[in-house]
Design a protein around this ligand. Structure first.
Ligand SMILES: NC(=O)c1ccc[n+]([C@@H]2O[C@H](COP(=O)([O-])OP(=O)(O)OC[C@H]3O[C@@H](n4cnc5c(N)ncnc54)[C@H](O)[C@@H]3O)[C@@H](O)[C@H]2O)c1
Length: 271
């Protein structure tokens, strides 16, 4: 279904690695809703991913950028404005990476060089991105910036490791920068806190299968899929949500407000 929600809007989408990526599904939905955009990902991901296929499908250009490099971000934003023919209306930050998670280093046994790298990629990159957009005055008024996050920022999920801290930091940056972006440029900044989703980044978390089934059983509406997330994100890019800013928006089938569900209780109840 398409509603022309993003007709005439221009944006930048970070993080489409393969067709499972939340950013991939979002790019497809933005295209269906009439938006145009530049796709970007880390140069190394370009070699692994299938982003060319997505670019072809959505009539988009690709500009590689390491989101931790301000120089790359400057180049990306300048070139995007040239390609799209003006300022930007929406930006999706769909980036996360922890080397400690990837290499199986427990939270109680961190390699701090890796911790720092993960923080830079997963959280600081959001500040760098917004600072570059802000200083270049690259956003149109009533534009919308969204980053993706997870509820481990608020509650303990033992195997989420240092990504929990990175997400807490990311959400804080959204509020802090969102204030200045709102006050000075009339741009909104929010994070969407998504259900566990089977993607490359998601599946890297230890015990992910158990994790996703538990969340499914706990949520009255079941887990939100990547496509559900894409649909929610396009509403956040549309003109229908202009006064929503500085929020962490739970998009998780109700999981975040649950204590326990009948389905989970059943597992522990002996007749
Ligand atoms: N999958 C889940 O369970 C889940 C749940 C909640 C939130 N999220 C968040 O959603 C976002 C998207 O992840 P996904 O699940 O679609 O997985 P994904 O692996 O498809 O996407 C992660 C992306 O980050 C990119 N990236 C890594 N380092 C980068 C760098 N230095 N510069 C630029 N890009 C870089 C990767 O290339 C990849 O495209 C992440 O922020 C993730 O934490 C995921």
């Amino acid at each position: 279904m398409s509603y022309n929600l993003l007709k005439g809007k221009k944006g930048i989408i970070f993080g489409a690695l393969d067709e499972n990526s939340i950013a991939w599904k979002t790019a497809v939905r933005v295209h269906e809703e009439g938006g145009t955009f530049v796709l970007t990902n880390a140069p190394v991901a370009m070699r692994m991913g299938q982003i060319n296929e997505l670019a072809e499908k959505t009539g988009s250009q690709i500009i590689p950028a390491d989101a931790t490099s301000v120089e790359d971000l400057e180049n990306l934003i300048e070139k995007s404005m040239e390609i799209l023919g003006g300022k930007i209306d929406f930006v999706l930050h769909s980036i996360g990476m922890s080397i400690n998670v990837r290499k199986g280093n427990h939270y109680t046994n961190q390699n701090y060089d890796w911790t720092q790298k993960g923080t830079d990629v997963s959280a600081n990159s959001f500040h760098k991105l917004m600072q570059t957009l802000y200083q270049k005055d690259a956003m149109n008024e009533w534009g919308s910036i969204v980053a993706l996050t997870y509820m481990a920022a608020q509650r303990v999920f033992p195997d989420y490791n240092d990504m929990a801290d990175n997400k807490a930091f990311l959400e804080s940056i959204a509020r802090s920068f969102g204030y200045f972006f709102g006050r000075d440029k009339k741009v909104r900044v929010n994070t969407i806190s998504q259900s566990p989703t089977p993607t490359t980044a998601g599946s890297g978390v230890k015990g992910f299968d158990g994790f996703i089934s538990y969340a499914e059983k706990m949520s009255p509406l079941g887990n939100a899929t990547a496509l559900d997330c894409a649909n929610y994100t396009i509403t956040m890019f549309s003109d229908l949500t202009r006064k929503v800013t500085l929020q962490n928006l739970f998009h998780d089938g109700g999981f975040s407000n649950m204590g326990v569900s009948d389905a989970v209780m059943e597992t522990f109840t002996r007749e």
